[in-house]
Write a protein that binds this ligand. Structure first.
Ligand code: F6R
Length: 609
């Protein structure tokens, strides 16, 4: 999992590349490098964050208008300078995002043939293979094609050749890669924000595509056959500043504040109040299709999995079709029972999570119908599923997912209503009522975000805690899991999320005065039971931070600290309840001084299995 970028044009390539890498740093940030073609390959690499590379280039610039760059998240080989990309062998420099699965065999073969490796990476295999190809007289593009025939696994590569100083050659298989077309300049990158300040005209490469980039444009071919192909140019409407921080100290805080707008964008144009129904363009399914289903399986990872757990409850309630939720990384390895009467819905912010993509493809191979809830347009999961409801959250840069989560819940809410209306398990009045509730969510979420100051005050009290418990029931159980995940990943405080009723079956032993319990208890079907769980914690000397209705003075009086949220319905309670948890995690992390947008050991887009 890494970010790559390539440039051929009239600007200083190193400046374009470093700026692009800055916007790709969310993909990994343990080392970075750049190679510039200018009478030879000029290489600069640095361990650690991109700033180290930028400083080194500022001190000793590399000039030239053709180059490639890379920001790394180590998979094969430690984060050291020799392992940082680009990898240069002979005439060739390569940057790579992905994993070469047969790298052991290929490396052994190359070593036996006399090749000497200078890194521990799988990527260097590409450099050796391509350099061997061009040394034997193959053209650069034929050498790249030949290398792709040897390599199995996932890759997006960008290649420089000293003997072709006016071009960059790229190839894509299972890792994301886009091209950008500018005036007298051409780009490639792992993701759109990397090139958005230069061009809005983007081509999404398909698996098996390679391209030759020159100042005048690009030529796309299939690398199996060499046959030229055309791909549509998509005009990207995001502004470059949409991917910037907008004055907030961190992307995460900005993205927390964006949620009212993001949720509005998810539901915008999709609601028909007259029919109490949803227009789910992109996610087409007929009554016959739905009636034929035996079950629905939702697959996802991490935060998206938490959204899926909520989606399950929405869809089951609306349709009475059994819904199973599975971690993509488990599903794909356990001979899952799916067939043509199963609908598999993949949920993913990035649309690039390797396990989710593989699980989706495995279900399709077994004959399942496929659909996806995805944020990133044109991403691999969106393209594999075909049937997609986009969340339209906009770029999420903070590694800890916030607006992606609430927009995924909103999308799944819409799907539940749509399916219920198609099947007739919801009548128009019921659909209308649920949609009216959903339309109130952006406003309620905006009010919940006003709790930021209160959350910071509470964080000051608990900044020394080393462990925390999160509790909720029903639709708020996944919210407890999500609250605990947010706290863990950005503040490094150990946290566990539990179904509140499970407390007395074990976790209550953890309760003491140093372990705060955060409990989501807005009024709803299991309100009284959750209050009892709160009292069980308080009775054992545990500190309780409660999230509840703003007019619930009784609950307020039971808790050590209270985060009052607008009144909600059972289906909208997850939205208003998760906001104070996001804020609490954010402020605890900020007070602890952690790297909130790029927490240690994590990366935004997990394109390794
Ligand atoms: C946590 C987080 C991750 C992602 C997970 C799946 O804050 O962001 O747990 O939710 O890596 O990523 P996507 O949704 O891109 O498939």
């Amino acid at each position: 999992m890494c970010g790559i970028i390539g440039y051929v044009g009239h600007q200083e390539a190193s400046a374009v590349i470093v700026e692009g890498l800055r916007r790709l740093e969310y993909r990994g940030y343990d080392s970075a490098g750049v190679a510039i073609l200018n009478g030879g390959i000029h290489l600069r690499r640095a361990v650690g964050k991109l700033i180290n590379l930028a400083d080194s280039l500022a001190a000793l610039p590399l000039n030239g208008s053709v180059g490639v760059g890379h920001t790394r998240w180590a998979t094969h080989g430690r984060p050291t300078e020799p392992n940082a990309h680009p990898h240069v062998v002979g005439r060739i420099a390569v940057v790579h995002n992905g994993i070469i699965e047969n790298h052991h065999q290929l490396r052994a073969r190359l070593v036996a043939d006399g090749h000497v490796f200078s890194s521990e990476t799988d990527t260097e295999i590409f450099s050796h293979l391509i350099n061997a190809g061009v040394s034997k007289g193959l053209s650069l593009e034929d050498a790249v094609c030949a290398a792709t025939k040897d390599v199995s696994g996932a890759y997006a590569i960008a290649v420089l050749d000293v003997d072709h100083p006016e071009c960059v050659v790229v190839a894509k298989q299972q890792s994301p890669l886009i091209l950008g077309v500018g005036a007298g300049e051409t780009f490639c990158a792992s993701d759109i924000p990397a090139i958005l300040m230069h061009t809005r005209d983007v081509i999404f490469m398909e698996d098996g595509d390679m391209a030759i980039l020159t100042r005048d444009g690009y030529e796309l071919r299939r690398f199996e056959t060499g046959i030229k192909v055309e791909r549509a140019v998509t005009r990207i409407e995001w502004s470059a500043v949409a991917a910037e921080k907008d004055g907030y100290e961190h992307f995460m805080l900005k993205e927390i504040h964006e949620q009212p707008r993001a949720i509005t964008d998810t539901i915008r144009g999709r609601i028909s109040m007259a029919d109490g129904d949803v227009y789910s363009e992109g996610m087409e399914i007929t009554r016959e299709d739905l009636a034929n289903l035996r079950r629905i399986v939702i697959i996802a990872c991490g935060t998206s999995w938490h959204a899926a757990l909520i989606g399950k409850q929405y869809i089951e309630e609306a349709t009475r079709i059994p819904v199973e939720v599975d971690l993509a990384s488990e599903f794909r390895y356990r001979n899952p029972i799916v067939d043509s009467r199963t609908l598999v819905i993949a949920v993913s912010q990035s649309g690039e999570t390797a396990d989710t993509l593989a699980a989706l493809k495995e279900s399709q191979r077994r004959g399942a119908r496929a659909a996806a809830v995805v944020n990133v347009i044109g991403s691999s999961i969106a393209r594999a599923a075909g049937n997609v409801l986009y969340t339209h959250a906009g770029p999420e840069i903070g590694v800890a997912s916030t607006k992606a989560f609430t927009t995924q819940m909103a999308a799944l809410y819409l799907i539940a209503v749509r399916f219920g209306r198609i099947l007739g398990t919801l009548n128009a009045d019921q659909g209308r009522a649920l949609l009216t509730d959903l339309l109130a969510v952006p406003g309620d979420v905006a009010r919940a975000i006003e709790l930021s100051g209160a959350a910071r005050d509470i964080a000051k009290t608990y900044v020394g805690a080393t462990s925390a418990l999160y509790l909720g029931r029903g639709l708020l159980h996944p919210i407890a899991l999500e609250g605990a995940l947010k706290l863990k990943e950005i503040s490094y405080i150990h946290a566990e999320g539990y179904a509140a009723g499970e407390m007395k079956h074990g976790p209550i032993a953890l309760v003491d005065e140093f372990t705060p319990t955060i409990i989501a208890a807005p009024r709803g079907p299991t309100y009284e039971k959750t209050c009892s769980n709160l009292q069980e914690v308080a009775a054992r000397g545990g500190a309780v931070i409660a999230i509840g209705d703003e007019d619930d003075d009784e609950l307020r009086s039971m808790a050590d600290a209270y985060l009052p949220v607008p009144r909600s319905t059972p289906w909208t309670a997850p939205f208003v309840s998760v906001i104070p948890m996001q804020l609490l995690a954010y402020h605890l992390a900020d007070l602890k001084g952690t790297d909130i947008d790029q927490p240690r050991n994590l990366a935004k887009s997990v394109t390794v299995e």
